[in-house]
Design a protein around this ligand. Structure first.
Ligand code: SAH
Ligand code: SF4
Length: 449
């Protein structure tokens, strides 16, 4: 059955006549995290290589690829509901191809096709590297692609169309085993892309108009690979990419505290493109909870890294992730998270209510015993604190003149990651402006040129 194909397996021949696709269009939708967004860009490339062009809207699309995430239940639910809504899209033109890919596809596998027979292909996150071959098989079996459209090849996929920023995945999977996290089971262990591939993709994106690249990986700074007979570690990769002509800004997401080293800090200091912003996921401020989460650090160790970063890079802006309501989390544990955040002072926090994910250690061995209203209430308190710190950080910027990269037609961003809207001067996506900050609201700086 289609939905059960794995990488490298050829589709069984069908005897249905081929459909002629003239100037076919692909529409890519991603639900959830930035990794899933970047995966969808890579998958789009397989279609573009076969002569498809990017479709702006669902109505015009001949193929839809849905890139799914399963880290939290909410992202998975949104993707599932979207797949259901595409029943009528498929019914209107039965030649249309519907592909569901990514982490939720890996977790749910054939269940997706059982529930949604209008889905043509389910490809799990572990098979993404074989995506191109699988698509090639299915396209050549079902369609005659008009020769004229294939002339568009090669194109560089730009999912963030109309933006000066894009992502490059440098590694997949994760070697950690945080007890709440589904990533290792749906994405497998760490696999690194080669330095050559990363450079090639970065250069192609820059050639297509991108000015800022965010390197992606679940523990992005554990990256290592062999290149020109040497082992390239993450700080070395930053130095290599920093030299690429036309790159204005380099960011990365998400680093693990364990790999925050002096070498990484030196690369920050030496590489002009590397932005002085770091997302460092904490999860909890309580050592008891961190231990149950299997995060492999204590609050003291984490704070040592924060102190080192702040003293070496005084202008570095930090942000973080936190989970509230982890099994058995008491008021005292949660207070430790709040007190830690007060000392840490991240400029913003992505905060989540714990949700048990199937097959994870915490879901199997620990009761989801923090009542929902308590999770809500802790989340609200954490968000209040985050807003307070964020507001003070933003107010501190008022009066400064900052470098803003115009990301898209609505806003730009400072090197340290703050969103800016400003008046005056000509607008042009990808331009760098010098903007005087005159005001600040909760998550936005207001400027004048
Ligand atoms: N690799 C990164 C984060 C990956 S998942 C790291 O090591 O931190 C992104 C975020 O989702 C996590 O940082 C965590 O805060 C949140 N998350 C993951 N699993 C979760 C779960 N079961 N319940 C609630 N939040 C979760
Ligand atoms: Fe998940 Fe932990 Fe790996 Fe991050 S480090 S992806 S939270 S297992």
């Amino acid at each position: 059955m289609r939905g059960e194909f794995k990488t490298g397996m050829k589709a069984p021949p069908t005897h249905a006549p081929k459909v002629l696709l003239k100037k076919p269009k692909i529409h890519v939708v991603s639900f959830g995290c930035q990794m899933s967004f970047a995966d969808s860009s890579e998958m789009a490339q397989s279609f573009l290589n076969k002569g498809f062009s990017s479709g702006e809207s669902l109505d015009l699309a001949d193929a839809v690829v849905i890139s799914t995430c399963t880290v939290r239940q909410h992202a998975e639910d949104r993707a599932i509901s979207f797949i259901g809504r595409l029943r009528s899209w498929k019914k209107q033109k039965p030649h249309r191809l519907l592909v569901v890919a990514g982490c939720a596809a890996e977790r749910l596998g054939p269940k997706i096709k059982e529930r949604f027979p209008h889905v043509d292909l389910v490809i799990g996150a572990k098979s993404i590297e074989g995506f191109s071959k699988i698509i090639e098989d299915i396209l050549s079996e079902k369609y005659d692609l008009a020769a004229e459209s294939a002339a568009d090849f090669p194109q560089t996929p730009r999912l963030s169309q109309g933006s000066a920023c894009d992502f490059v995945t440098i590694m997949r999977g994760c070697n950690y085993s945080c007890s709440y996290c589904i990533v290792p089971s749906v994405r497998g262990r760490e696999k690194y892309r080669t330095v050559e591939t990363i450079m090639e993709e970065t250069k192609a994106k820059i050639a297509s108009g991108v000015k800022e690249i965010t390197l992606l990986g679940q523990t992005v700074n554990s990256y290592q690979s062999e290149y020109q007979d040497k082992t390239v570690k993450f700080p070395d990769l930053l130095r290599i990419l920093d030299r690429i002509e036309g790159l204005k800004r380099l960011r990365f997401m998400s680093p693990h505290p364990h790999y925050v080293t002096k070498e990484m800090v030196s690369a920050f200091k030496d590489c002009p493109t590397v932005c002085h912003y770091l997302h460092l996921p904490l999860q909890s401020g309580s050592n008891r909870v961190l231990k149950m989460m299997r995060r492999n650090y204590t609050r003291e160790l984490f704070m040592d890294k924060v102190r080192m970063l702040k003293s070496e890079l005084p202008h570095l802006v930090l942000s973080t992730d936190a989970i509230v309501g982890f099994p058995t989390e008491t008021e005292a544990d949660f207070d430790e998270t709040l007190s830690f955040i007060k000392e840490f002072q991240p400029a913003w926090i992505y905060s989540f209510k714990y949700s048990p994910r199937p097959g994870t250690l915490s879901s199997m061995e620990l009761p989801d015993d923090v009542p929902s209203p308590v999770k809500e209430e802790r989340l609200a308190r954490l968000n209040d604190l985050a807003r307070e710190i964020g507001r003070a950080t933003l107010k501190g910027k008022v009066g400064q003149t900052v470098e803003v990269l115009e990301e898209n037609e609505n806003f730009g961003r400072t090197r340290d990651g703050f969103k800016v809207k400003w008046k005056g001067g000509d607008k042009s996506i990808g331009e760098v402006h010098s903007v005087k900050i005159v005001d600040a609201s909760d998550f936005l700086l207001i400027g004048e040129k």
